[in-house]
Design a protein around this ligand. Structure first.
Ligand SMILES: [Zn+2]
Ligand SMILES: [Zn+2]
Length: 186
């Protein structure tokens, strides 16, 4: 029946005068629009959701990812709600965040936004020490099940830049963020 619902949106099917099953829900049109022309991406997204459920179901991360609240300011990725939440929960993984910050401190002696150069400690003094967001540059569906996150996949961003990255449906790459920053009027 679900396939019948999708057929309702398939021009190849309806052009023959058939309608498919009309009593579906709104989500089917959305999924059809997103994936009818992108079967490979669909397969990746499905694999990633399955892997998330199978490999992480008992972990705290998955609990947040699958049951966590929505974040109104975060634009859901094309990959949908489950992978958006999983992505965001991975960005908050304490162990990874701590190692990324440690690496940057060892290398540069400070934590600065990779896009705009903002330094919380310089701007806010002591209370700004150690503050910076960690952004994961690879969408969940591009990872293979069991892939470990490398520190190179993480970018340090100030809260403003991080918000902008996630403000569009196809989350911005760091270079696109820098270009956006350059296009703004200061
Ligand atoms: Zn910034
Ligand atoms: Zn992010």
């Amino acid at each position: 029946m679900k396939l019948g619902n999708f057929r309702h949106w398939d021009p190849d099917y309806t052009s023959a005068g058939k309608t498919g099953l009309v009593k579906g829900n709104k989500g089917e049109a959305v999924v059809w629009d997103d994936y009818a022309e992108a079967p490979e991406r669909l397969a990746k997204v499905v694999t990633a959701i399955r892997a998330a459920v199978e490999h992480h179901l008992s972990s705290e991360v998955a609990e947040q990812a699958l049951g966590g609240g929505d974040e109104p300011e975060i634009q859901e990725a094309e990959e949908g709600k489950v992978l958006t939440r999983l992505h965001r929960s991975r960005e908050r993984d304490r162990r990874l965040v701590a190692s990324k910050k440690k690496q940057a401190m060892a290398k540069f002696g400070k934590l600065v936004c990779e896009a705009c150069g903002f330094d919380f400690a310089t701007r806010y003094g002591d209370v700004g020490q150690g503050l910076i967001d960690v952004h994961h540059t690879k969408p969940v569906h591009t990872l293979q099940p069991g892939d470990k996150t490398h520190l190179n996949d993480l970018a340090l961003l100030c809260a403003n830049c991080h918000k902008v990255v996630h403000s569009t449906r196809g989350w911005l790459e760091i270079d696109q963020l820098k270009a956006a920053l350059a296009s703004g009027k200061v």
